[in-house]
Design a protein. Sequence first.
Length: 343
Amino acid sequence: MDTEQIKILLERYNQGTCSPEEADIIEKWFENINRQQSIVMEEDALNLQLDEVKLLINEQIAPAPAVTIAPVAKVRKMKPWYTVAAAAVILAAGIFVYRNIGHTANTDTPPHIAANHTKKATRIIRNGFVEVSTPYGLTESFKLEDGSGICMNAGTRIRYPEHFSNNVRNIYLEEGEAVFEVAQNPNSSFVVYSGDLATTALGTAFNIRSYAHEDKITVALINGKVKVARTNNSKESTILMPSEQLNYNRVSLSMIKTSFSNPEAIIGWKKGILVFKNANFDDFATAIRNRFGVTVINHSDKTEWEYNGTFKQGEDLKEVMDVISDLKSIKYTIKNDTVYLKN
């Protein structure tokens, strides 16, 4: 079967004149196509892919015999030219899979997702300190010498001494977000410095978010008890109890304490879960960059938004963007490591 035959088969399908067997194959693959209509293929790239698929088919299967035209009860609406063209590529691959293994499977992995497997956290020892950095699209977990655990979100830098002193354990969250699970030691305080704040804990677990491009630093307590103070004014401090968080505004220098009911909304990122609560565009773009290692650029007129929702572990970038684009009535394209939003 050559490229023209594939196109003719698609055309017959749209006209409702292909066989039930052919229609069944096309229907299955259109389900995948419908989830990816936001991506428009360039014609030159399409022709190259069609040529490659044609060669595969010619090598793997014998030329298809003439097919008797039979009416089909179910007739699909005509697709845009670029969707039908993309379907030609997928259909060709689908016929190959259908005849060789008897079922279809969606094994496509976006290039930027595959690239994340090659990224690694960096660890440098300098002037008696260990410096750990995570790239976007990757999280990192490790234990300190005292048994405390740290889980770093993407785009995070942490610095700590190679060896703690007897009475203090100082950690420096230079940039980003991390969960700290502190090993109990009544004789040694555990202090995390993040921007203007110093968070002191003893036998507890808490999350600190302190990205340089955001106007606020957030300390959220999962369990135990912490004291949060400004580094230049230790008398101005706040005690947090479980399910409480402190939002510090870098501009106004104000501290506001609130509560949360769902810890997953705070530390879901550890499991690859995206949780949005009253999220504006910047919150959304940061979460997407951390999770998938891509930059989101908004060229649409939907600049003011507030989004609430959760995406489970394993949902890929296209699935997330499909939901957002439908909800916001916008379109998107993915080029290299950038997502572009447009009207």
